[in-house]
Design a protein around this ligand. Structure first.
Ligand SMILES: [Zn+2]
Length: 61
C-alpha cells in the first residue's frame, strides 16, 4: 500500500501512452484511474491514450 508510509507525502501519478504514436505522458492521478483505462485522445495524432502505469512519487518534506 503506497499511501501508508510515515512522514512522507506520496503523490500518485498516472502514465498514459498513445496507442498510435506511442507518445508517453505523465499526469497527476485522477480518481477512477486504473491500468489500461482508455482516457483522452492524443494531442498530436488523435490516437487513443490509455493508462500504462500508475506510481507514487515521494515528496521530501
Ligand atoms: Zn499519438
Amino acid at each position: 500500500m503506497i499511501f501508508s508510509k510515515k512522514k512522507e507525502i506520496v503523490t500518485p501519478y498516472s502514465v498514459e501512452e498513445c496507442g498510435s504514436c506511442k507518445a508517453i505522458s505523465k499526469r497527476k492521478f485522477k480518481e477512477g484511474d486504473y491500468i489500461f483505462k482508455n482516457t483522452d485522445s492524443c494531442s498530436s495524432c488523435k490516437g487513443q491514450l490509455s493508462i500504462v502505469k500508475i506510481f507514487g512519487e515521494v515528496l521530501k518534506v
